[in-house]
Design a protein around this ligand. Sequence first.
Ligand SMILES: Cc1cc2nc3c(=O)[nH]c(=O)nc-3n(C[C@H](O)[C@H](O)[C@H](O)COP(=O)(O)OP(=O)(O)OC[C@H]3O[C@@H](n4cnc5c(N)ncnc54)[C@H](O)[C@@H]3O)c2cc1C
Length: 503
Amino acid sequence: MEAVTTRRDYDVIVIGSGIGGLVTATQLAAKGAKVLVLERYIIPGGSAGYFQREGYKFDVGASMIFGFGEKGTTNLLTKALAAVGMNLETIPDPVQIHYHLPEGVELKVHYQYEKFLQELINLFPQEAKGIRRFYDECQKVFNYLNSMDLLSLEEPRYLMRTFLQHPLSCLGLAQYLPQNTGDIAQRYIKDPILLKFIDLECYCWSVMPASHTPMINAGMVFSDRHYGGVRYPKGGVGNIAQKLVTGLNNYGGEIKYKARVTKIILEAGKAVGVKLATGEEYRAKRIVSNATRWDTFDKLLAPENLPPKEQKWRNRYQKSPSFLSLHLGVREDIIPPDTECHHILLEDWNKMEISAGTIFVSIPTILDPSLAPPGHHIIHTFTPSNIAEWKNLSPKEYQEKKELAAENLINRLEAIFSGLTSALDYQEVGTPRTHRRFLGREDGTYGPIPRRKLAGLLRMPFNCTEIPGLYCVGDSTFPGQGLNAVAFSGMSCGHRIATDLKL
Ligand SMILES: Cc1cc2nc3c(=O)[nH]c(=O)nc-3n(C[C@H](O)[C@H](O)[C@H](O)COP(=O)(O)OP(=O)(O)OC[C@H]3O[C@@H](n4cnc5c(N)ncnc54)[C@H](O)[C@@H]3O)c2cc1C
């Protein structure tokens, strides 16, 4: 198709309005750049988006949110909103996760560090010392991170400045960068079940056991939950993206929806613009892709443009599975009033990593009842699922498989919420195919995971790519998945581009 229009006057085009893309866009707009965000879907947010059905407002994915603290430097969502004059009311969650573990063991990760440690020590009294030493070491990593501004590690002047201001933190972090959580846990802890619990603690956000989870990420998650805490945005997770878009517009940035980019335009090997499915073309000095690396390099660029470093990265990282998501509206009487918002259910330690092994549950209406009709709660539950299990099915087989998968999940959840089956008011199932379709993520993947044990975060790519003018942002860049993590990626990407454009 011929180009319909060609606009050349943008400084930066961002492909995709996930939190990574929006943080990049707002950081740059706040510095005076002329920014255009192109989003294929009808609303912003990507995996942090929402949808509404019959009076319920469901979060697409994320609902356990870090990064909304009031102090320190790691509260990146607070900082990203503030950069464009925005803020968001959030509701503190006193318990990060209520674990329902094999053999009926129950454990809550309380906001208060000591209360959590005591609960864990009561379960493993012989490991009291090891538990404290392991989690204290995570706190050490977090304190290093939380002492410095988190910006682009690809910007030498920032690195130099930060090193001069915080030499001990920088040296401390450099020591942890190549390390994985499992190695540190095993230094202090011997009990095999407790080590499996540490695996689950990692798995619930990294989808990898501790041996494959970088210590920097664990230090952040295991400590920020007792510092800034887990908080739920009032009105739903979708409000984060909505507020960022308002801030973007207030600073002169633009966003277009139903704008699917099909090609990144290269001239003399440099990224100079994008082409949409409609044939429209837009040009800018810098192009940022918030699509996954697989979608960026396999779909928006020709195969001969795959840079050698990308191929190397693919030899080290692979796509994680996607999720089977079940969005339920239920009568409120089956949820006791003292129920926590987030739960993890695992009946057999050996099944943690298999498809449909670990079940994640969020009940956001515990914190914000306005998301459901009066007298009702939302239960969002999801479990890892591979797209291969959902391929080559007739529409009837697909429907039946969805219904069976939902029934299995509901039956297992009866162990926590007795009477759930009879209290259902609304039910919707999302499969890996749904995630692929609505989020534009290849195979509906949650993001990259190491193919084998790697040296911590050392091999995770930053924002610059080998194609001049093209940057990547979001969960397939350093430091990985999660809203606060992609906000970090967005801050870094904005910082790097602002330096390149001398803003
Ligand atoms: C089920 C589930 C539960 C989760 N739970 C949590 C949680 O509790 N806490 C937490 O912190 N994180 C959670 N996460 C992870 C978190 O949601 C993601 O890591 C994060 O939202 C990814 O953000 P992103 O900016 O990298 O990309 P995405 O959110 O994937 O956004 C990318 C955007 O780009 C758009 N796009 C893609 N291709 C194109 C194109 N060609 N043209 C135009 N637009 C395009 C997409 O439509 C999308 O809007 C969860 C994720 C899932 C799926």
